[in-house]
Ligand binder design. Structure first.
Ligand SMILES: [Zn+2]
Length: 650
């Protein structure tokens, strides 16, 4: 460690040449702070400040790095190439990309058309996706970070789709509150826009962006067109699904429904409530319901929505837009909301919708078809995430009956599958070979399909998933509001507990649901990995103290740095280091030291090169109060430093 400090004081500043040595803690912190400043300025109505911070964000190197990470390392489509066929997979490629992009101004980019692919929809039709090239995706993420916080302040409290820390569960919980026992509003207007994402009016979207600095670039993306089967098509309307910024643009375009329909709130000590005579809306991206007191009121919505629709270039899909009474129930986001008669009077129950149960069964059926005759272990590994994922999605509502239905369905499929696997063996033989009691001992299930080669690889049951009510996000709360830090830490912890098994919950509680490597919440779309703080090779033990949860990318960084500075796979340097200090690695002091060491092998960002905007040509009139920078002023990050000379003991 001492060497490291000395090293940093020396003339050569360590520059970024190694993807795995980036200190993401500082990068994240900077971008988050800037997002919060945009939010705050918007809150205070300081338009010039909003614009200034947005410009800073768009040209921030930290934002560029983070966007490269998000697009090429975290997002689902990270391995999908656009029309140019370029993928960015290794750390080296990411650094090369950073070196390239930091020299460009977003203003001058020429977006490439998106590549059109299709994914199947619930009703059997295909949903078109437009995949932009990697570079455009990165730029879109950069711009999104500048635009989103401004709109996070503006968005309606009842808008839940594609927004940070909001989900379909919030929308459903909000519906429950609005329709539960005693509610005077019982008539539901189920609205559905006809091809919403294909038809949104571009001029309207752009007109919503006021003075946003990269308005023109957004327009270029909207007009970039797409390539389908080698044929180029223009896009004159719509925000193609698949782009990083598209959901945000759709949300911006669809914003304003409450105002248009005259929804009114009143404030009390408990929070915000609908005015007694007001209608209520719940919206998830392009799905929405309006809740009214009478049938007549619900019928007026067709007329009242007209100006809203016209401005945005939308129409209602006649076959899907209807008016229902709560006793008849309706489907929303894969759930069925309906009032039932019970002993205590009328009760509102939310259950999985028939269509979503059917879809879950279909997915399971397809797995069995695909794995016909394959080993048991493989099918278990494929099925478990599906069972857990689907079950979790339903876990905030009345789903116990559905869980049993699905478990029984899987059981029938297993029997059929084993029949194919061993057509001549008797059932008793199959039971003995493939079924065991629950290895974890948590449930009393005796007959779980088990991999004969791995006792711990067992099928899980949906019935094991506990039903826990979801904590609805409060009114307009947004993670970009710096005053709500504690609120979101608490909420994340609850959220984490809902979706994870006990052992992971214990680990998450230890770190308050925050990843040690990047200081960000463990809740999100990134996969988590359990990391051994002291590796087994160094005598690490199987105890909770020695385990921690990290994001997958953070885990990879951790492993990489350990090998790189710890003397390769054998960690010889670390061993020597601990020996000389006379510390047992697996002891409490050892774990602490190990964590410290990990910190010191990341760039410590003393020079703050990443704080400097990366745009090359900017005039001082545009950048009030900021220095003019030329390429030559910027540190040349291609110059590499010999990090191999660093060692654990110095
Ligand atoms: Zn992390």
């Amino acid at each position: 460690m001492e060497t490291y400090i000395k090293f940093n004081k020396s003339a050569t500043t360590p520059q970024i040449y190694d993807w795995y040595s980036i200190d993401w803690k500082k990068i994240h912190k900077y971008v988050k702070k800037l997002r919060q400043r945009i939010f705050r300025a918007e809150q205070l109505g300081q338009r010039r400040k909003v614009k200034k911070f947005q410009r800073l964000m768009i040209r921030s190197k930290a934002n560029l790095l983070l966007s490269i990470k998000r697009v090429t390392q975290i997002n689902q489509g990270k391995r999908t190439a656009g029309v140019d066929g370029i993928k960015v997979i290794t750390g080296k490629e990411r650094i090369e990309l950073f070196n390239l992009l930091k020299n460009y101004s977003i203003k001058h980019i020429q977006p490439k058309p998106a590549k059109r692919t299709y994914i199947p929809k619930k009703n059997g039709k295909l949903r078109p996706l437009g995949i932009p090239i990697i570079k455009d995706r990165i730029y879109q993420n950069i711009v999104k970070n500048a635009l989103e916080p401004q709109w996070e302040y503006r968005f309606e409290s009842i808008a839940y789709g594609f927004r940070p820390k909001r989900s379909a569960h919030d929308a459903i919980q909000q519906l429950y509150l609005k329709l539960r026992k005693g509610s005077k509003r019982q008539w539901i207007f189920e609205g559905d826009f006809k091809g919403c994402f294909d038809n949104l009016n571009h001029e309207y979207i752009i007109s919503c962006l006021d003075e946003f600095p990269e308005k023109e670039t957004i327009n270029k993306w909207l007009k970039a067109g797409y390539v389908d089967n080698n044929v180029f098509n223009e896009t004159n309307t719509g925000t193609p699904q698949g782009g990083i910024i598209s959901p945000l643009l759709a949300n911006i375009a669809l914003h304003g429904m409450e105002e248009e329909l005259g929804v009114k709130y009143q404030v009390s000590k408990q929070g915000y409530f609908l005015n007694e005579n007001s209608i209520g809306i719940v919206k998830y991206a392009d799905d929405f319901v309006v809740i009214c007191k009478t049938k007549e009121e619900a019928e007026t919505m067709f007329e009242k929505l007209k100006p809203y629709l016209e401005k945005r270039g939308l129409t209602l899909a006649e076959d899907k837009t209807r008016i229902t009474h709560i006793k008849d129930g309706f489907d929303f986001l894969g759930f069925n909301v309906r009032q039932y008669k019970s002993i205590k009077g009328m009760t509102l129950l939310i259950k999985p919708s028939k269509a979503s149960i059917k879809k879950a069964k279909q997915t399971i059926k397809e797995v069995f078809q695909q794995y016909r005759g394959r080993p048991v272990g493989e099918i278990i590994s494929k099925l478990n995430p599906i069972i857990r994922g689907t079950g979790n999605y339903w876990s905030s509502i009345v789903a116990k009956d559905t869980y049993s239905t699905i478990d029984y369905y899987i059981w029938l499929k297993i029997r059929k599958y084993l029949k194919v696997l061993h057509p001549k063996k008797p059932w008793k033989w199959k039971m003995k070979k493939y079924f065991r009691t629950d290895a974890t001992g948590v449930s009393r299930d005796k007959w779980l399909l088990t991999d004969p080669n791995n006792r711990n690889n067992q099928i899980i049951k949906m019935q094991w998933i506990p039903i826990i009510r979801h904590q609805l996000i409060k009114y307009k709360n947004s993670p970009d509001d710096s005053s709500l830090r504690e609120y979101f830490i608490n909420r994340d912890e609850k959220e984490f507990n809902r979706f994870n098994i006990l052992s992971k919950r214990k680990l998450a509680k230890k770190c308050k649901c925050i990843c040690r490597a990047c200081n960000q919440s463990l809740i999100g779309d990134e996969i988590l990995k359990v990391n051994e703080i002291i590796p087994k090779l160094l005598g690490g033990k199987d105890i909770y103290n020695n385990f921690e949860l990290l994001h997958l990318s953070c885990y990879m960084q951790h492993q990489f740095l350990l090998k790189k500075y710890g003397g390769g796979k054998e960690f010889t340097k670390i061993k020597k280091f601990f020996d000389e200090k006379d510390i047992i690695p697996s002891s409490r002091a050892g774990i602490k030291l190990m964590k410290q060491q990990f910190e010191s092998f990341k760039y410590n960002c003393k020079e703050k090169w990443w704080l400097e905007p990366y745009v090359v040509k900017v005039t001082s009139t545009v950048l009030r109060g900021e220095r003019n920078r030329k390429v030559s002023d910027l540190p040349d990050i291609r110059k590499t430093v010999d990090f191999e000379n660093l060692s654990w003991e110095g």
